[in-house]
Design a protein around this ligand. Structure first.
Ligand code: ZN
Length: 195
């Protein structure tokens, strides 16, 4: 659980630090609003992906499962600025599958905490490997980082792509090829992400 009082105090100091009057009308409730908002955007800190991936279903044939275009919003731990985009997750079962929405829940668990995209990608693939014990899994994230596009090098529209694979997706090129074919080359860069 987030400590709301600490966050409120920090936001007040931050506003003072940039030379603002924390008592002016528009800012008076900002510390409280941000404290409550942080409870929501960092809710993943109190969550465990294992809770979402615990319930599995037996399958007789092990065919690839891909869920693509899972929208996520996260916070870069270096600048506390948002990065957001799409996650694509595939796995090759070994006798059991999980409810499709649980893969999206798993993305949320890792997105809703201070993060870096590279780490989030491997955390998701590791969670799928650990809890589903599939023959292999692969995760690709594509995101825009506001710390890159709004400040610093200021490259609006630039996307960062990260990939993590385990098991057959790492060892046998045909499975990774199938993953990319299913993603569809032209759909990898989703247009509605562009602002
Ligand atoms: Zn950053």
């Amino acid at each position: 659980m987030v400590d709301q009082r600490k966050i409120e105090e920090a936001v007040r100091l931050l506003l003072e630090g940039i030379g603002e009057d924390v008592n002016r009308e528009g800012l008076r409730e900002t510390p409280d609003r941000i404290a409550r908002m942080y409870g929501e955007i960092f809710a993943g800190m109190d969550e465990n992906a294992g809770e979402h991936l615990a319930k599995t279903f037996a399958v007789e044939s092990n065919e690839i499962v891909l869920v693509k275009n899972i929208t996520f919003y996260s916070i870069c731990e270096h600048h506390l600025m948002p990065f957001y985009g799409k996650a694509h997750i595939a796995y090759l079962p070994d006798g059991k599958v999980v409810g499709l929405s649980k893969l999206a829940r798993t993305v949320e668990v890792y997105a809703r905490r201070p993060q870096i995209q590279e780490q989030m990608t491997s955390q998701i693939v590791e969670a799928v490997m650990e809890h589903l014990k599939p023959q292999g899994a692969i995760v690709m994230l594509e995101a825009e980082h506001l710390c890159m596009t709004m400040r610093g090098v200021e490259k609006p529209g630039s996307r960062t792509m990260t990939l993590a694979s385990r098991g057959c997706f790492q060892e046998e090129p045909k499975w990774q090829d199938l993953f990319f074919r299913m993603l569809g080359e032209d759909k990898v860069f989703n247009q509605d992400l562009a602002m």
